[in-house]
Design a protein around this ligand. Structure first.
Ligand code: HDE
Length: 685
């Protein structure tokens, strides 16, 4: 194609603006052919009570469009939510890569990021136990670079040949389409127990990482080993990381399940509202870099996608920051139509022979051909590069460009329209010339054989609470399996990881405990794997301030002011919407009620009560308090709130803070408690 028409300026925003349709205020209603219409709500009939006529081209156009308004959902990662933003590198990465967007700290590269769950269908809930997709499209001046990442650093399988199998196993079972968005069923655990290479990934899946509190509080990992190549042609191995500025935080399982009903859009709402409020989602880009000579320096294979490079051994170097600062205008046009491809790279980034990566290179284009209906999906506004693109391709479904002239092939002497190739020195992409010498075989290297050491490393790195969550998750998921031999096989498999883990699950499932001597002998831990060691901030956390008529004005208002000054979001909650009258007759307006919201929506509670609270109010406030307590969340109380707290007699009181007319001190403690996020040392009865 020879794309001479400039779609607009070079920025992605300007480009999208070109395609954005204006609001229809004051416009004449027409058909898609431009015919002005006199009526749009009555179909054409033979008489007022007669049959509808096939002649009604307007009705048929409107209905045909509607009938075709869905496209196939993604076979995995169907449920997603996305936002626009920008990326800036902190310092030039010239020594390692020639990728232009990683050279100049002043350059802002537009990005589009789509977060997703993997298993559930497009209408499923946001908070199942699942891996999350974290796919970033960098619109660089040298073309699009897609970092199609997940929030776990490893994957289920080592070779993409098994991808259809693992996906078929974890998706709803085909005979009855159950369960939705869940691995808690026979086919998944049958598959796991027969594919020991999944052990490490399954540990992550059973951990708190699989139920993120927010897309803004989630790490991202490129998973595979890629290559960086600099101007001199020097090569390094590289792994990509996203580190959320707010730290990595999770829900608890009971909360995640309740949120599925109370607010199935919990994660997308969080991102949408945060961006609208100016609480932009921020992530730092990190790279682990290895010299080529160190390819074989580890006790695992760096081409194996079921392995991490422990951060303590290969430090993550932080090289830039991404800020998501703009919501989409139209979910279908942008989030649904965006087409990522792990093969969209720029000069300076290249692939390795990781067999998982190699197979992904086929799958992504293939899937878009079906989903987006043909080979021209790069012309859809969200997928267009911001730089010009020229080749002599034409035609095909949904072609937008009107290519002119007689010639549609390159190197012609007729039309003078042959785009010329570009050498490497001038930005042309040349594949890394890796020397390959081997037989054509279907086999896997012996260096991929150890499936349990890093699963054990992960286990060793968990805190006491995190380990308990993993045990609980196994008991839930495998407990739902109907076929007893599968449960035994799963327990036996994880007996090769850790005996304590396997024994705890075995007891709950009523299967045999595997022998202790089979467990992995690894004793090392990697502190970077535990969420206990993540940044902890109260900023953007959401607190329900629960008040009734007669609440103590000075306590509550000072507390709210201090919380808001530290970036905490405050939601006034009562038994009805509208003004709630304080003891000094001033008012606060409630925007939330016990009917509209639930404790699981909030990170913490401040229950101030009110002298005029009735029995029903008291009962509901106590229910909120008990549930938040059971979810290990911070709870602040004052006035009647303190009485109610005493009434419910909580077994231990860490993270419960009492305000006795010292709102300054109280607020400071509450902010610290919100930053701590959860109080795992509580005894939950
Ligand atoms: Fe994907 N994956 N994947 N994947 N993947 C897709 O592409 C595939 C893998 C990831 O928000 C599909 O457009 C194979 C690893 C994300 O639009 C499909 C294999 C990682 C997204 C596909 C993998 C990912 C996808 C489905 C094993 C983390 C969502 C729809 C060889 C590094 C992108 C689509 C979005 C989507 C294939 C494994 C990340 C079918 C064959 C490992 C974030 O092409």
């Amino acid at each position: 194609m020879n794309e001479d028409k400039k779609i607009n300026g070079n920025s992605k925003n300007e480009q999208l603006e070109y395609f954005r349709s204006a609001d229809s205020e004051d416009k004449e209603l027409t058909t898609n052919q431009g015919l002005k219409l006199t009526e749009d709500e009555l179909s054409l009939t033979a008489g007022e009570r007669g049959p509808t006529l096939i002649e009604d081209f307007h009705f048929r156009e409107k209905m045909t469009h509607f009938d075709h308004e869905r496209i196939p959902e993604r076979v995995v990662h169907a449920r997603g939510f996305a936002a626009h933003g920008e990326f800036q590198v902190y310092e030039s990465m010239k020594n390692y890569t020639k990728a232009k967007f990683l050279q100049d700290p002043h350059v802002k590269t537009p990005v589009f990021v789509r977060f997703s769950t993997v298993v559930g269908s497009r209408g499923s809930m946001d908070t199942p136990r699942d891996v999350r997709g974290f796919a970033t499209k960098f619109y660089t001046e040298e073309g699009n670079f897609d970092l199609v990442a997940n929030n776990f650093p490893v994957f289920f399988i080592q070779d993409g040949m098994k991808f259809p199998d693992v996906v078929h196993a974890i998706k709803p079972e085909p005979h009855n389409e159950m369960p939705q968005a869940s691995g808690a069923h026979d086919t998944f655990w049958d598959w796991v127990s027969q594919n020991q290479e999944s052990a490490h990934m399954v540990m992550w899946l059973m951990s708190d990482r699989a139920i993120p509190r927010s897309y803004r509080m989630m790490e991202g990992f490129g998973v595979h080993t890629f290559r960086f190549i600099n101007d001199e042609g020097n090569v390094h191995f590289v792994k990509f990381h996203w580190k959320p500025v707010l730290g990595t935080h999770s829900l608890v399982w009971d909360e995640a399940q309740k949120l599925g009903g109370k607010d199935p859009d919990y994660n997308r709402r969080d991102l949408w509202e945060s961006i609208n409020m100016g609480n932009y989602a921020e992530y730092e880009l990190g790279v682990q870099i290895l010299e080529e000579k160190d390819e074989f320096a580890f006790d695992f294979d760096i081409l194996d996608s079921t392995k991490i490079w422990p951060e303590e051994d290969v430090p993550v170097r932080i090289i830039g920051k991404m800020t998501l600062n703009r919501n989409v205008d139209n979910v279908f046009a942008e989030t649904e139509q965006v087409a990522f491809h792990v093969g969209n790279v720029v000069a300076g980034v290249d692939f390795t022979n990781d067999p998982l990566l190699q197979t992904r290179l086929f799958s992504y284009t293939d899937t878009q051909l079906l989903r987006l209906g043909g080979p021209n999906f790069h012309e859809i506004p969200i997928n267009r590069p911001v730089c010009p693109f020229h080749n002599n391709q034409r035609d095909g479904f949904h072609r937008q460009t009107i290519n002119k002239g007689q010639v549609s092939y390159r190197n012609n002497s007729l039309a003078n329209n042959s785009p010329h190739t570009v050498d490497e020195k001038n930005g042309g992409f040349a594949h890394y010339q890796e020397k390959i010498d081997g037989r054509k075989i279907r086999a896997r290297s012996k260096s991929f054989e150890d499936h349990f050491s890093q699963a054990k490393l992960f286990w060793n790195s968990m805190s006491h609470a995190e380990k308990q969550h993993i045990i609980d998750a196994f008991c839930f998921e495998v407990g739902k399996v109907q076929y007893k031999p599968i449960q035994q096989r799963v327990v036996d498999m994880f007996g090769h990881v850790d005996h304590e883990l396997a024994a705890a699950i075995a007891q709950k499932l009523d299967v045999s405990i595997p022998p202790a001597h089979v467990q992995s002998k690894v004793t090392k831990a990697s502190p970077a794997l535990s969420q206990e060691n993540t940044p902890k901030l109260a900023k953007t956390r959401k607190v329900a301030v629960i008040i009734s008529n007669g609440f103590n004005s000075s306590d509550v208002k000072t507390t709210i002011e201090i919380l808001q000054a530290s970036g905490v979001q405050v939601a006034i909650l009562s038994d009805k919407l509208g003004p709630i009258v304080a003891d000094d007759n001033s008012k606060l307006s409630a925007k939330h009620t016990f009917d509209t919201d639930s404790s699981v929506i909030f990170d913490g509670l401040y229950i101030a009560g009110g002298a005029k609270a009735d029995k029903m109010f008291e009962k509901k406030a106590k229910m909120f308090m008990q549930e938040a307590f059971d979810h290990y969340k911070p709870i602040g109380v004052s006035g009647e709130g303190e009485q109610w707290l005493n009434d419910i007699q909580l077994p231990s009181q860490t993270g419960v803070i009492i305000n006795r007319h010292q709102p300054d001190h109280f607020s400071k403690q509450l902010i610290e408690a919100l930053a701590a996020h959860r109080f795992w040392d509580r005894t939950i009865s």
